[in-house]
Design a protein around this ligand. Structure first.
Ligand code: ATP
Length: 877
């Protein structure tokens, strides 16, 4: 057992030198032998399983039942059509679901965790999946442990192992401990770290001893399943709506059947029509169509660097009106460079050697062969050292680090304890105001002098001067001791050495995004641990704030009660020197005012604020695994601009879902209107069961999906954010969906009437000839299909005309409509299909008539839009 072996034994057994790690050949060989480091997922559903799942639907059972009845009465052709439609529909369903699954799988792939390993003497970041036994893995706070490790080094290392042991209090780890008892419980193995547990504090190094299914996690084989398959609030609402409409539809069908019986209509025909109508009217496909629209939407978003982890986030994105963003790395480039330093006595051209040494020794970052790892602030310090001939590697070899107190964003400090010739030296670096609080002396003219009030003021003034120039200020202090200090004893009675100022240029594209957000009714707010003046200077540059009056510090927040804070928050654009707890308070205050808030975060302590926000956004590059886990969305480029783009996409996706759903409802309603009216008015049925099925399940589906991936209107970011409480059918959408349905249904009846009249009959004639009936039904059939297809063009915008939107700007829709028309044409002109559907080819004149009729719902909707535009005074745009 690894926990009962000494480090030397483990290293010997796995044949590793921890300072070098594995070579690439060894990695390949071990990968071959042990396989990739991943837990086996649930087996994927096969195509056949997907197909069979499609058939497990009440409506399909009904249709299959209907097919059986048609077979019994000898209507074989009808039976074949019903079966063919069921099959086709299931195939479309399989295709959709497959595509949706693929999209989600691809997203999960993109968020695979990464780990730091040492291979061939260099530290690099690799996919955790590629770790093999023997790899030297480097651990820091916020990372998930990628495999089972025997620890080789631990500095205040604490690991939260609840995933494995259920214990949520982090356990202290000690690489040097040894557990002789082979039966030591997992929770007590302080020299081991296990896959899927989480480093909450400190640093460490370990050697991978088990990977993949051989790990403790693999043994209990609980697969961490993301809840990406959860239904979104909208999907749930639509499912409810679908159910209600379904019941109404069934009621209507029963009604039609009963009235038809009283009217002594042909029972078999009535039965099939009622069933087909039920299939047509019950919007059972809505959640499925919404799922595919969402899946295609999130795929599109991943291409613009926003990975949506939870589907409901897509909807919420559309109503975000406050974006709280970290400064460093999200609004700025996170390319830090030291440009200035300050010491109490000017050194002229001499570099501040002691200051640099403290900075370099108190950093975990590396910079080797032009490649760096670690926090960019520290990378900047290490490079600053190199520029002044102070090399981290040799310095560390001379002054070995023996203990440390890691950085955390609450203290805004970090300390290390390094060996010296005579004893030990504490090196502390961090925010200058914090450093001044824990220091009692300073270096002036090479001498240690007491830190007087005046001296403090002098430091603060110089630091503010740098901050005003948008520089990030970081100070360093030290103290010498003879004994080995505990981490808690390090940060007191220090001697200030001085500080440096670093530039971190703003991201160029962010300025435009902030302007775009403003015009979309969204306020951008900067939240940073950095100094107020630095933050405000950058905020001004980016157009987030105009003056220092719009800023507030963490200390000021602490002084305000929740109520007063919530009132003040409206005018604040920059929160500086805040810690992660303040972020939670800020999110809550915004939410209390009825805002929909997105909040970014990257650190270990950011998880609560990310969870509290409506949209928690984690950083893909610099973010810790914890923050990614707690987030709803991950930015693969850490860029603020991506948040704004994602909001734009979110708005588009929501409005596309609206287009699709209202389109389908209009179509279904049209079919109900045509049949119900003909029954109520004692007319012959204008459509046959097979025809209804065909239009509803074949010609409708393609334009509905095409509307779901509409490129989106150009002015989505000129509108105010959607009120999350607003009904899905707000703004007259329900009325227009009903009107569309009434028009489609009535025109179908008109076409039917015209067809009869051409043959000398009317709707109320007795003994209508077979020939006339077939012809009239053909006209109704074509109008029903074509009017829906044309109408889909009009659904692309609620206000803009089809020409303003661009007739050909959604190529998929154009293709879907053409395909629908071709299918429709084929169904009545290819002899065997025509015979099957009991239709007839039309004369040229009648083609003109049906096309004319079919265009009317489109035209009327366009006229309504024109009135709306006139009302708004935006006719010409
Ligand atoms: P943001 O919150 O926008 O990302 P930030 O990076 O400045 O900004 P933190 O990482 O919380 O926020 O840092 C807060 C302060 O802590 C910094 O202004 C700096 O003074 C100090 N600091 C940052 N990184 C380190 C570090 N590695 N070691 C010591 N002190 C640090």
């Amino acid at each position: 057992m690894w926990h009962s072996k000494s480090q030397e034994e483990v290293l010997k057994e796995l044949q590793i030198d921890p300072a070098v790690g594995l070579s690439e050949e060894e990695v390949r060989a071990r990968l071959e032998q042990h396989g990739p480091n991943k837990l086996k997922g649930k087996p994927k559903k096969s195509m056949i399983a997907l197909f069979l799942a499609q058939l497990k639907d009440m409506l399909i059972y009904v249709l299959l039942g209907a097919a059986v009845v048609t077979l019994i009465v000898g209507e074989y052709v009808d039976a074949i059509i019903i079966l063919a439609v069921v099959l086709l529909n299931a195939l479309i369903g399989v295709f959709q679901e497959h595509k949706a699954e693929k999209a989600i799988e691809a997203l999960q792939q993109m968020t695979t965790p990464k780990s730091l390993v040492r291979r061939q003497g260099e530290v690099k970041e690799i996919n955790s999946e590629d770790i093999v036994p023997g790899d030297i893995v480097i651990l820091d706070a916020g990372r998930y442990i990628p495999a089972d490790l025997r620890l080789l080094e631990s500095a205040n290392l604490q690991i939260e192992e609840s995933a494995l042991t259920g214990e949520s209090v982090p356990s202290d780890k000690d690489a040097d401990s040894l557990h002789e008892d082979p039966k030591t419980p997992i929770g007590d193995m302080s020299n081991m770290a296990f896959m899927s547990t989480l480093v909450t504090y400190g640093r460490g190094e370990g050697i991978a001893v088990a990977t993949g299914m051989n790990t403790e996690m693999g043994k209990i084989a609980t697969i961490l399943d993301e809840d990406i398959h959860d239904l979104t609030p909208l999907q749930k609402k639509l499912e409810e709506l679908g159910k209600t409409l379904g019941f109404i539809a069934i009621g209507i069908c029963v009604l039609i059947f009963v009235i038809g019986l009283i009217q002594k209509r042909d029972i078999f025909e009535l039965f099939l029509t009622a069933i087909s109508l039920a299939v047509a009217a019950i919007p059972e496909g809505l959640p499925a169509i919404v799922a595919i629209v969402l899946a295609l939407g999130v795929t599109r978003m991943s291409r613009i660097n926003a990975i949506v982890k939870k589907l409901p986030a897509v909807e919420t994105l559309g109503s975000v009106n406050i974006i709280c963003s970290d400064k460093t790395g999200t609004l700025t480039q996170n390319k830090m460079t030291v440009v200035k330093y300050y010491t109490a006595t000017p050194l002229g051209d001499e570099p501040p050697v002691e200051l640099i040494k403290s900075f370099v020794l108190c950093s975990d970052a590396t910079h080797e062969n032009g490649e760096s790892t670690g926090d960019p602030t520290e990378v900047a310090l290490v490079i600053y050292g190199e520029q002044n001939n102070i090399m981290k590697k040799s310095l560390e070899a001379e002054y070995k680090r023996v203990s440390e107190k890691p950085f955390d964003s609450d203290r805004k400090l970090m300390s290390t304890l390094n060996k010296t010739r005579t004893g030990y030296r504490v090196h502390t670096k961090g925010a200058i105001d914090q450093l001044l609080n824990i220091s009692t002396s300073a270096i002036v003219g090479g001498e240690v002098v007491p830190l007087t009030k005046e001296l403090k003021q002098q430091y603060l003034k110089a630091a503010e001067g740098m901050s005003d120039d948008a520089l990030r200020v970081l100070g360093a202090a030290f103290k010498d001791t003879e004994q080995l200090l505990s981490p808690d004893e390090m940060e007191q009675d220090l001697t200030i050495l001085g500080f440096v100022g670093m530039i971190d240029p703003p991201r160029l594209e962010v300025k435009d995004s902030i302007r775009e957000a403003k015009s979309a009714g969204i306020t951008a707010v900067m939240i940073t641990g950095d100094h107020r003046n630095t933050a405000v200077a950058i905020a001004k540059e980016l157009g987030i704030a105009d003056s220092i009056g719009q800023s507030m510090t963490g200390a000021e927040i602490d002084e305000l009660s929740d109520e007063v804070f919530a009132q003040k928050i409206k005018n604040i654009r920059v929160f500086a020197r805040v810690s992660p707890e303040h972020k939670v308070k800020i999110v809550k205050a915004y939410k209390a005012q009825g805002n929909t808030v997105s909040m970014t975060g990257d650190g270990v302590n950011d998880a609560p604020s990310l969870k509290n926000a409506d949209i928690g956004v984690a950083m893909g590059i610099t973010g810790t695994d914890v923050s990614k886990g707690a987030s709803d969305m991950i930015l693969t480029d850490d860029n603020f601009t991506t948040i704004v783009h994602a909001i734009r996409e979110g708005r588009n996706i929501y409005s596309n879902i609206r287009k699709t759903v209202t389109f389908l409802l209009s179509c279904n309603f049209g079919e109900v209107v045509a049949i119900l009216a003909s029954i109520l008015f004692f007319w012959p049925l204008p459509l046959l069961a097979t025809q209804i099925l065909w239009v509803n399940l074949v010609t409708d589906t393609l334009p509905a999906i095409a509307l779901g991936v509409d490129p989106g209107e150009k002015d989505v970011m000129k509108r105010k954010p959607r009120d999350p409480k607003e009904s899905f059918f707000a703004g007259g959408a329900a009325f227009r969906a009903i009107l569309g349905g009434v028009l489609i249904g009535s025109l179908t009846l008109v076409a039917f009437y015209l067809g009869l009249r051409e043959h000398g009959f009317s709707l109320n004639s007795a003994n209508i000839s077979e020939e006339a009936m077939t012809y009239a039904r053909t006209m109704a059939f074509v109008v029903l299909a074509a009017s829906q297809l044309f109408y889909s063009f009009s659904k692309r915008s609620d206000t803009k005309s089809i020409f303003q939107v661009g007739l050909f700007s959604n190529k998929l829709l154009v293709g879907a409509v053409i395909a629908g028309l071709v299918l429709q044409f084929a169904s009545i002109s290819i002899p065997f299909l025509a015979a099957a559907f009991k239709v007839h080819n039309l004369s040229l004149v009648d083609w003109g008539v049906v096309i004319g009729l079919a265009l009317i719902p489109l035209i009327i909707n366009e006229v309504i839009k024109m009135f709306i535009r006139m009302g708004r005074g935006t006719l010409i745009r």
